[in-house]
Design a protein around this ligand. Structure first.
Ligand SMILES: [Fe+2]
Length: 158
């Protein structure tokens, strides 16, 4: 049982994908053993999230694609999860709509702030959805692929 005080922290995403600003999950990769460990604990939930689409404009296209597909997987998996419920369905559906209407534009034009905003909203909603409904086997299978073959997370999900 957790007894120490939770250290307040602020999450400021610079990609539109992980949804970490809305989750209590962190990933640590042991590079000596190629084991990728997921740790879930309330201490990892950010106290404050500052989501500014402008901060995602400098991400290179391969990062935009990989993180965007990761966000889409979060939304679809949260929707399909056995732990899903009406609130996570609402978030997941909205996230899918935002991401599918914004990802290609975000990739094509790094300065399209409307597309960046769509991706940021979609990624945040997907993070909220999977944080409450969990993900499915896609993410379960993706972690060892990423750790063993050093494939970016969103690409191994894809
Ligand atoms: Fe992910």
């Amino acid at each position: 049982m957790w007894t120490a005080p939770i250290i307040p922290h602020i999450a400021i995403p610079t990609t539109a994908g992980t949804g970490s600003e809305a989750t209590d999950v962190t990933i640590i990769t042991n590079t000596a053993t190629d084991v990728k460990m997921m740790i879930k604990h309330p201490a990892f939930m950010p106290t404050i999230a500052i989501v500014d689409p402008y901060l995602t404009c400098s991400a290179p296209p391969p990062v935009i694609a990989a993180t965007g597909v990761d966000a889409l997987c979060h939304a679809v998996e949260a929707f399909l999860s056995r732990k899903a419920h009406p609130m996570t369905h609402t978030l997941a559906r909205s996230a899918i709509t935002h991401i599918t209407s914004s990802l290609q534009r975000s990739y094509d034009d790094p300065h399209d702030l409307d597309a960046k905003e769509g991706m940021c909203i979609g990624s945040l909603q997907a993070g909220m959805a999977f944080s409450n409904a969990s993900v499915t086997l896609v993410h379960g299978m993706s972690r060892p692929i990423g750790a063993l073959f050093h494939v970016p997370h969103g690409i191994s999900n894809a």
